[in-house]
Design a protein around this ligand. Sequence first.
Ligand code: FES
Ligand code: FES
Length: 172
Amino acid sequence: MTHVETETRSSDPSPSAPPTVDITLNVNGTSHQLHVDARVTLLDALRDHLGLTGAKKGCDQGACGACTVMVDGKRIVSCLALAAQYEGRTITTVEALSSDGELHPMQAAFARHDAFQCGYCTPGQIMSAVCLIAEGRANSDDDIREFMSGNICRCGAYPNIRAAIREVTAES
Ligand code: FES
Ligand code: FES
């Protein structure tokens, strides 16, 4: 059931304070009311205001994919998204993928195939991979390479990541 959580408002802004906005974000089935700097990104709203630290900040400029989340079923890089523009949208983060203590099939496949080393890119890889299959674009290794190219892995776990995606694609 959806419930509402309200963040405590900070004190009145001084004349020099940056503009702030009241926004409501629907994240992982919960509606959150926030009072934030109007310039805050969706990534910072998730991590710093909602405590959802699964999405990672790698480059903070749209180049690495570590911050990938799902909005209305589509993957986006949340570091380039203004939180205020995502009111009324359905936002899903990696925290919501598992249910009842069971890993999502993509999470389980990543574990089986050892598809990570440091793990920093992994939440973004997994969110992107789930969307890739929903997009019907995981048809070959070349397609997986191409359509996962926005998700960088500095540890070079790419062959294992592709193996995990291939396995879940074959099962779906
Ligand atoms: Fe968003 Fe790198 S942190 S793309
Ligand atoms: Fe280390 Fe991908 S597992 S960056």
